[in-house]
Ligand binder design. Structure first.
Ligand code: PRP
Length: 182
């Protein structure tokens, strides 16, 4: 099936820029976790593309696992309660864990995940987020690894979707719409 709709907007982050930044993140993580085998936890679905590239940029014996969480409804948005749809296979106890996210918006998902994962007693727990939408988080999030801080626009591509489309695009695009993410 051909796609006649064209790109969804202007390129915000090109494939080249993304890959260059991921190489730097991979080097940072390889240095910080030297001698260890960190466990990367990807948060589905959006993180699957970033996870694949990040894992290959790390020069350590990493392991990978995935979680899927449901978006909170309006009623629970302020409390940040997230339902775990797919839990991890791995036991976190004593592991050096890095949560891999494609984008942090309000920070509610990450806050919930961090509390949940911390209760499983990992040796350490850090976050690597490709994108952080600036000015959207009410609380300080303590993100050890961040790819890019971006304006609070609606972005798609490189794992990010609108109605499940555009995840396979190689660049991150700013959508031609004012619709908020998530
Ligand atoms: C995105 C993203 C984070 C969450 C961030 O997932 O991957 O998990 O939203 O938003 P927050 O900081 O406001 O909590 P989304 O719900 O779009 O699901 P998807 O990854 O399956 O597309």
């Amino acid at each position: 099936m051909s796609d006649t709709t064209g790109p969804p907007g202007e390129i915000l982050l090109s494939r080249e820029r993304i890959h260059e930044r991921i190489s730097e993140l991979g080097r940072d993580i390889s240095r910080d976790y030297a001698g260890q085998a960190p466990l990367l936890i990807g948060v589905l679905k959006g993180a699957f593309v970033f996870m694949a590239d990040l894992a290959r940029a790390i020069d350590l014996p990493v392991e990978v696992d995935f979680m899927a969480v449901s978006s909170y409804g309006n009623a629970t948005r302020t409390s940040g309660v997230v339902r775990i749809v797919k839990d991890l296979d791995a036991d976190l106890s004593g592991r050096h864990v890095i949560v891999v996210e494609d984008i942090i918006d309000s920070g509610l998902t990450l806050n919930y995940l961090r509390r949940n994962l911390q209760s499983r007693e990992p040796a350490s727990l850090e976050v690597c987020a490709l994108l952080v939408r600036s000015g959207r988080q009410p609380d300080e999030l303590d993100l050890k690894y961040v790819g890019f801080e971006i304006p609070p626009d609606f972005v798609v591509g490189y794992g990010l979707d609108v109605a499940e489309r555009y995840r396979n695009l190689p660049h991150v695009y700013r959508m031609d719409t004012a619709a908020p993410h998530a």
